[in-house]
Write a protein that binds this ligand. Sequence first.
Ligand code: PGA
Length: 247
Amino acid sequence: MVGMQQIVAGNWKMNLTLSQGQIFVDNLVAGLDGVELKRQLLLAPNFTLLAALARSCAASGIGLVGQNCAFQESGAFTGETSVAMLKDVGAGYVLVGHSERRQLFSESDKLLQRKVQAVVGGGLVPILCVGETLEQRQSGAAYTLVVEQLKSALSDFPDAPLLVAYEPVWAIGTGRTATPEDARLMHQHIRKFLVAQFTWGAGVPILYGGSAKPENAASLLSQPEVNGLLVGGAALDPESFLQIALA
Ligand code: PGA
């Protein structure tokens, strides 16, 4: 969509302690000084860092993202974190359905639909992650699979802010990035689904994720329907994150 502000989001996964995270944000903010940034920056630190980073991120216009959440509102769910708790410590967004959650923690489409609903119900913005495995891509099932993931997670989705992240599983943490062409084709496919599904579907930012780095950021970000990047490994260093943001 013309005029949509691009987004660069850093997903720290289970990396960086509190002091490391604070140093990262200090360095990032210092690097942003005097720079005209056209993109919105988001950071997804571990839950244990959110409260401490909230003030400096807010002051610099950096949005905070929870990496996961429970779908329940409260109660006897040891080890879980509710949307209200994330909101309380300054998160504005929540990642839902990251492939590591789907694969390593067996999160099902049905569970993810409940999480998406919980995020929206709690007043935060879901960043719904979808993507196929290498096997699924090679068998020609990638497009169907991604649409199925979207359909399922977004069933009964209200008219509310939403971000989608296309992250091919074979590109995550592997150094093997999707080509700009791969990304464009899938993003156009996702856009088609969103526009058919929702009257406001044209305005949903679609991020690409999977070995995005300073060297490939500009070519990915120049593709139609690539409205931003979700960055893992290259977001652990403020300098490379900044390079991506400015690419
Ligand atoms: P990566 O991770 O950039 O290290 O491939 C992306 C992600 O999992 O969000």
